[in-house]
Design a protein around this ligand. Structure first.
Ligand code: KIV
Length: 258
């Protein structure tokens, strides 16, 4: 097992795990200073490309963005989302995860789902490909409006069974997305591996957010997003100054000219 994954596992019941998304080198470089896990999420489909769902994200897009992120990540564990339709069977999951690992030099991949994709997960973990799971709201298979999970007995049992099944089949952590607080708490307590929450309460072992959401670069009104910064304000201030100085011939000066 790679050292960075051991470090994540050791945090269970000791310290919270911090995870953020990155889609490019310069942002990844800053994120890497503050987090334990950098995730190249397929959320890049909606955040960067305005795709209606993450289903439109291609393997090539994920690999290209991940190659850029790799250049900025030094200390954190780097995880890459496997896009929709790239892990329909054990054979395709293994082939595509190997391609992602080889071309991006990431540390692990993330797949959405439980029992339905357990054969694919097993194929990867048996071949020493570290896997992060993802349960609850699954953007790749969600139909219509995004809703929280863990409301009915059937849903609760399925979530708990899926979490245990993923653990049994070797995943090193599980993202819990939009799962009702008591269920996320129960799942976290019943697992030896860490849970990383997003909209699933403070009782998870760690938290993940889309960076563009928390810094206010992406406009969203999702319940679980807290805006920690209004980065657009700073960008606009710099850009306004640049435009003004160009228009008034204050820039470039002699200092900036050859
Ligand atoms: O695609 C993504 O960014 C994700 C996280 C939000 C968990 O899967």
């Amino acid at each position: 097992m790679i050292k960075k994954i051991k470090k994540i596992l050791n945090k269970k019941n000791r310290a919270k795990i911090v995870c953020l998304t990155a889609y490019s080198k310069n942002v990844a470089e800053e994120i890497d200073k503050h987090v334990d896990i950098v995730l190249v999420g397929d959320s890049l489909g909606s955040v960067l490309y305005n795709y209606k769902t993450t289903r439109s994200v291609s393997l090539t897009e994920m690999i290209n963005h991940s190659k850029s992120v790799r250049l900025g990540v030094q200390k954190s564990l780097m995880v890459v989302d496997m896009p929709y339709k790239t892990y329909d069977t054990s054979v395709s999951a293994l082939k595509n995860s190997k391609k992602i690992m080889k071309e991006t030099k990431c540390d692990a991949v993330k797949l959405e789902g439980g029992k339905k994709i357990i054969k694919q997960i097993r194929a990867l973990t048996k071949n020493n490909i570290p896997v992060m799971g993802h349960l609850g709201l699954l953007p790749q298979s969600a139909k219509g409006k995004f809703k929280s999970k863990g409301k009915t007995t059937k849903e609760i049992n399925q979530l708990i069974n899926d979490a245990l099944l993923l653990q049994k089949n070797g995943v090193f952590a599980i993202v819990l997305e939009c799962i009702k607080t008591p269920i996320a708490k129960q799942i976290t307590k019943s697992l030896k591996i860490p849970t990383i929450g997003i909209g699933s309460s403070v009782y998870c072992d760690g938290q993940v957010l889309v960076t563009d959401d928390l810094i206010g670069l992406n406009q969203t009104n999702i319940k679980f997003v807290k805006k920690f910064l209004n980065v657009k304000k700073y960008i606009n201030s710099g850009l306004r100054k640049f435009a003004y100085e160009v228009r008034t011939s204050k820039y470039p000066t002699k200092k900036h000219s050859y």
